[in-house]
Design a protein around this ligand. Sequence first.
Ligand SMILES: C[S@@+](CC[C@H](N)C(=O)[O-])C[C@H]1O[C@@H](n2cnc3c(N)ncnc32)[C@H](O)[C@@H]1O
Length: 183
Amino acid sequence: MKQRAKVVPLAKGEVLEIGVGSGLNLSFYDPRRVDHLLAIDPSKEIWNMNQIDTDSLGFGFDFEEAYAENLPLENNSIDSIVTTYTVCSIPKRKEAFLEMKRVLRPTGHIIFCEHGRSPERWIKMTQDVVNPIWKIMGGGCTINLDIPKVFEECGFRINQIDTMYIPGWKPACFNYWGTAKAI
Ligand SMILES: C[S@@+](CC[C@H](N)C(=O)[O-])C[C@H]1O[C@@H](n2cnc3c(N)ncnc32)[C@H](O)[C@@H]1O
């Protein structure tokens, strides 16, 4: 089962996707649960690479060129925030999570799937060694983030989390996925 298929269908109501990229998650949303999706990304060029007919998604859809650190949304307006493989690329993470907290309704959740810090000593050491060059080569991506710690330090409580290596080079493939709620 694809990682995206494990998390994206959980989104419901008014949904915000942060760092939508070229829209690889869009076909995994459940149109019976989603009323409207606002997808943001600072790169319109990446978004424009998609071949998706957004009129046939089965729910309202908008794309906006925007940063997670400055969300174009009212306070308490979102039920689900979806982020997949994006937290690692956000430069001002604390500001971004403050913004997510601001726009989420009290009943809302972040639904996430991210790669991050491995529990294995040698893989962890490799991640720490390659991180500086990885950041330069990978457009700002951090390879060694302790994902639960990031959420907790930024004011969110993890409700549910799973982990595993997906196929590929182990330092880049340790995945965390689940849901979190603002404290
Ligand atoms: C590795 S890609 C993941 C794309 C998509 N979420 C996916 O799962 O295929 C990371 C994305 O984060 C976006 N990004 C980088 N900095 C960001 C920021 N400050 N706020 C929101 N998105 C950002 C990038 O433009 C890129 O599209």
